[in-house]
Write a protein that binds this ligand. Sequence first.
Ligand code: NAP
Length: 248
Amino acid sequence: MSVPQKTALVTGASRGIGAAIALNLAAKGFAIVINYRSDEAAAQDVARQVRELGAECLLLRADVANAGEVGAMFAAIDARFGQLDVLVCNAGVLRDTLLGASEAADFDAVFAVNIGGVVNCCREASRRMVSRRRGVIVNLSSVAATRPGRGQSNYAASKGAVEAFTRALAVELAPRGVRVNAVAPGVIETDMTRDIRMLAPDELNRRILLKRVGSAREVAAVVGFLCSDEASYVTAQVWNVDGGFKAE
Ligand code: NAP
């Protein structure tokens, strides 16, 4: 008897860490749903790489900050696959500014995506996973939640909220067979960190025990583990993948 293929949705998978997670899960045999917001060409390129690994792939554009668009995305997943086994809430934005120089809109924009997007996607996924009494959710936090840099009050607060939300949702969903964890990367080589890596390489190395930034693949490996049955006794945790990042 053939085992039905499991399905994983990765938000913000058109590049960076999200793309690496999509490829990691595709290699594990999941059918992959790639979500992106704006860069369709980049998302198509990731979809091609997923299919080269032999996995089915569905590409869905949606702004995770928009509950209506997220609802439509989940309806499209229901129609194509009929089930969702794994949700990885990876989509995130960075808008570093000193608080005194910031506008209310800076905080709002970061919160809308980084925690609003996580809540929108987890609400839809949890309804489906609870009714099947199985599922896995992994949310992307950041080292900034516990060891922030200057100008990161909006980003750090949004990621702190992701960690608190993750633990609370894990409590809610554990009795229904659904595991919920977070991964908190340090400084990873993606578009998001290009400026800081160029402007302050010495300061970064001073704070990283392993004396180098990480790769998206190194984060994806931990996310992939948490999504797998190998992690069947892990829930309500935040896993740091940061090379040993020190506080200021
Ligand atoms: P990135 O290279 O900037 O890529 C961000 C991805 O998120 C893109 O695919 C982008 O899609 C998507 N996205 C942004 N806003 C979205 C929205 N509203 N709806 C749907 N998709 C959206 O970022 P990254 O470095 O890979 O980071 C991925 C996650 O890890 C984020 O949550 C980030 O906060 C976290 N993180 C990263 C680092 C790091 O060092 N890189 C460290 C700690 C935590 P489009 O391009 O199509 O708009």
